[in-house]
Each structure stands twice: as C-alpha cells, then as structure tokens.
Design a protein around this ligand. Structure first.
Ligand code: HEC
Length: 488
C-alpha cells in the first residue's frame, strides 16, 4: 500500500489530478438521479459507453490479425475464428458488442426523450447524441463489409443502391462510398479505413463533447409536473437546487453506472462464449447478384419494411423516410426546447415510444423470419435437371436466375417462399397470362416491364411453360445442382 500511495503522490504532485478529477467525480447531481428506483433510469448512457469501449478493445485486437485485402480478408477471419488464441471469443464479443451498442444507444435515446431531457439547456447533448446514433449505425453497417462474405458485401451494395436514389448527390455519394461503381478492393480499403480510423475517431470526439456537456449543464433532474423549463430562469434554478439538495456523483450515483458497465461487458462476453460470432456466408462471388442479402439483425427491420411497403413507394421508403426520421430527431430540441417535461403533460411521448418500438420490433421479427430470406442460399438448377428442351427455355432459365426470381419463387423445391411455387405454374396460368403478370406485376409481385426486355419475358415464359412439361416436380427433394444427370 505504501508504495502505491507514494507512486500516486508522485503523479499527483505533477499532474494535480486530485484537484481536477476529484471535484469532477464528486460534482453534485440532482437527488433523484442518485436514489433507489429512479437512479436506474440514468445508466443507459454509461451502458452504451461500456459497449463502445468493448468495441474499441476487441476491434483493436482483431485488426492485428485481419488483412483488409479482397484476396485475404475472408480467410483471415476464418483464421481468427479457428486458429488464433481467443480469436473466436474476440470476434464474438465484437459482434455482440455491436448489437449491445445499437440496443443501448436506442434505450438511451428513449430515456432522454421520455424524461424530456433534450430541452434547454441540453439541446446540444441531444444533437450530439443524434450524431452518435448515426455514427453507431454507420459503424455497424461498415463492419459487415469487413467480413467480406456474401451477406456483408451484398448488404453494402444494396445500401449503396438505396443511397444512389437520393436526388443529385446520391449517385456521386454512392460512388464515393464504394470507391467506384462496384464493390472491390477499393471498397474494402475504404471501409477498413472508415471503420477503424475515421468513424471511431469521430465517435470519441462526439462522446467527449457529449460528456463535457453533461458535466457542464449537469444531469437533468427527474421531471415534475408543474415545473416547466423556462430558459430565462432554468439554469439559475437548477444550480441552486443541485447546490442545496444534490448528492455527489461519486459514489452516490456512480456505483450504479459501474454495476451496469460491468454487467454490459459480462453479458457481451457471455453471449460471445455461448453463441460465438456470426457465421460467415461464404466468400463473395461478384457474379451472383443477391438482391436480398441478410444483414445483421438490427438492420432487418428495414428490409422487412421494403418488402411490405406499398408498391410505387420505393424511393420514398429508401430515401425520404430515413431522411424524414433524421430531420424529426434534429428538429425536436428546436421546436420543443421549453415547457413541461413531465409525462403527465406529454402523454403523447410514451405513445410515440410504444408505437415506434412496436413497429420496429414487429418489422425486425418479420425481417428475421422473412420467408424470402432462406432463398439466398438457392443455387440455380441446371437446365438438364429442369428437363428443358428448347434453347429459348434455357435462355429463359438463365434470365430467371440472373434476375433473382428464385429469391421469391421455388421451383422443384429450390427457392424462396415469398411468392407461389412456380413448378406447376403452367397448369394454373396460360403463357399469355404469365406474360401479363411478369410484365405488369400484381399484388406483391414486382412489375418487370422496365427491367426485362420483351424478348427476355418471352424466354422466361417459355422456360416456365416447359418446366412442368419436363416433370421436374416429380419426386424432387430439393436436390438442386447435385441432381444433374439423374433425369430419366
Ligand atoms: C419480391 C419477390 C418476387 C420476385 C423477385 C418475383 N416474384 Fe413473381 N410473384 C411474387 C408474388 C408475391 C406473387 C403472387 C402475387 C399475388 O398472388 O398477389 C408472384 C406471382 C408470380 C407469378 C404468377 C404465379 C401464380 O401462380 O399466380 C408468376 C408467373 C411470377 N410471379 C413470375 C416471376 C418471375 C418470372 C420473376 C423474375 C423475373 C418473379 N416472379 C420475381 C413475388 C416475386
């Protein structure tokens, strides 16, 4: 002990830490934030910070073995997972740490919204928080590409295609993000640099600013009905109240944060140990277009939204809806910077939270169970297997798979369940009717009139029409390509 004390004194005499950090740690907080029940509302921010620290530590460790080149990225992740000491645990923690950070940052946003803490003088805390939310999602998104597997690569391609729909700046922006028109080596280097240097640096800067503001303005007191925020008087009132009744942050409130921080780290480690990192979905093959990749779970709601949206609202859903959500978040502290914080006077606040959370959870569940999801593993069936006789039908089969029809439709047991099985479609629909449905679309079936040439539609219809003639439906076990040659 004596030695430790002497070492501390050596540093303290030179750094003056007890004069700066001491008062900072003991700065007074409103009594309720340090009290039994309500104090637990004020731990979401620290929980998020703990998850971020896990990401920095595990991420830094992963970079020591990860190789950001198209030739080696995928293999280096396999190597990390299977060979490197603790590699599997580290990858798992980085994966669940990302999930934890996304969940906690949302919980934090909900807490701040419900307690009306975005009002004067804490508008900048809210705005820097919105920036941190976006940065967190950007990190989650860029991280997926670094796995350099099918899902990771195609998730990014699809995302860039959405962004490209944005008027004027969309196209150049998408090209900048991808480092060209397509995903390749330039994209990987770029995403590595974004994910490992640029965005973490921005997050650290914004977290610093966010924490500075928390100390500068003090943590918000628990809202009370009949105590509206008035920018003229609030600051003086708050400081007087905290001086009089406040409690020292350390240790009265800080112990809860330490418990939560440790709990978050332990939960991430436990999940990583039990479930391990996300499985890779095979090295990317640029020749196989995946119109519907499987992104990490916290992005699935968005894919479900795209699947269920009314037709004709593509650009609205992909571009204007996210932009609108962002604008609402940014506008909130400007339009509601004063007035009542208590939920008694803001009954719509919990309604908004519950409604939004229900929609998000519902879409996430739909996105995870999405009947169209398993179809991405679908292999095109070989023309021989399908019993095609004419070249036109073989050409039709090629177009059919190239356009990704199989993501939604099964043939001979292979393909998605989103649309009807097309093995015996001929028995239901005459060729002219098929042509019309493919051309114009109907219900959830997209229209292909702008995507396919008339010749391609004719070829596909010839393909679907010969399909049943070749009797592929008989005794198929979904064998796909391996069944090549087993035809009668
Ligand atoms: C996003 C998923 C999706 C994709 C991709 C898709 N379809 Fe469909 N398709 C559907 C759905 C859903 C239906 C049923 C619509 C309804 O009944 O309202 C359907 C119906 C059809 C039908 C009528 C089948 C019947 O039994 O009524 C044909 C034929 C068809 N699709 C062909 C195609 C072709 C060819 C392609 C590729 C060019 C394709 N579809 C791509 C979802 C899709």
């Amino acid at each position: 002990m004596g030695i430790l004390k002497r070492v501390w004194h050596w540093f303290d005499r030179r750094g003056g830490f007890s004069e700066t950090i001491g008062p900072l740690a003991r700065h007074k907080v409103p009594p309720e934030t340090a009290e039994g029940k309500t104090g637990w509302f004020y731990v979401t921010g620290l929980g998020t910070l703990a998850a971020f620290i896990v990401q920095v530590v595990t991420g830094a460790a992963l970079t020591t073995k990860y190789i950001p080149s198209t030739a080696h990225a995928y293999d280096s992740i396999i190597f990390i997972t299977d060979e490197v000491t603790l590699g599997r645990l580290l990858r798992g923690m980085h994966y669940f740490g990302a999930s934890a950070m996304v969940v906690l940052v949302c919980l934090h946003l909900i807490r701040v919204f419900l307690t009306g803490s975005y009002k004067f003088p804490r508008e900048l805390s809210w705005l820097s928080g919105v920036a941190l939310l976006l940065l967190t999602l950007t990190m989650a998104w860029t991280g997926q590409l670094l796995r350099w597997d099918q899902n990771g690569v195609w998730t990014v391609v699809v995302g860039a295609k959405f962004a490209a729909r944005f008027p004027l700046i969309g196209e150049p922006f998408a090209n900048f993000v991808l480092g060209g028109e397509t995903v390749g080596g330039a994209t990987l280097s770029r995403f590595f640099s974004f994910h490992v240097f640029m965005f973490p640096a921005l997050i650290i800067a914004f977290v610093g600013f966010h924490l500075y503001l928390v100390v500068r303005n003090g943590i918000s007191e628990l809202p009370k009905a009949g105590q509206p925020v008035d920018p003229e008087t609030y600051t003086a009132w708050y400081h007087e109240m905290v001086e009089r009744r406040g409690r020292p942050h350390w240790p009265d409130a800080a112990w809860r944060e330490i418990v939560v921080g440790a709990g978050v780290v332990a939960a991430i480690a436990l999940l990583a140990l039990v479930f391990g990192p996300r499985e890779l979905s095979g090295p990317p093959d640029p020749s196989v277009l995946r119109a519907n990749p499987q992104p990490d779970w916290y992005f699935r709601w968005y894919y479900a939204l795209l699947a269920y949206k009314p037709r004709g609202l593509e650009t609205f859903t992909m571009v204007y809806l996210p932009a609108l959500a962002f604008l609402i978040l940014v506008a909130l502290p400007f339009v509601a910077s004063r007035g009542e914080r208590s939920l008694r006077h803001r009954p719509w606040a919990p309604v908004i939270v519950i409604a939004t959370a229900t929609v998000f959870l519902g879409l996430t569940v739909a996105g995870l169970r999405a009947p169209w999801v398993p179809a991405f593993e679908t292999q095109p069936l070989a023309p021989e297997t399908l019993g095609l006789r004419t070249d036109l039908a073989v050409e039709g089969a090629r177009v059919y798979y190239a356009e990704g029809c199989q993501y939604c439709h099964a043939i001979a047991g292979q393909g998605g369940q989103y649309g009807p099985d097309l093995t015996d479609v001929r028995k239901r629909l005459p060729p002219a009717e098929m042509t019309i449905r493919i051309h114009n679309g109907f219900g959830q079936m997209p229209a292909y009139r702008d995507i396919l040439t008339p010749e391609e539609v004719i070829a596909i219809v010839a393909f679907l029409d010969e399909l049943s003639a070749g009797d592929v439906g008989a005794g198929n076990g979904g064998g796909g390509v391996e069944r090549r040659g087993t035809r009668r």
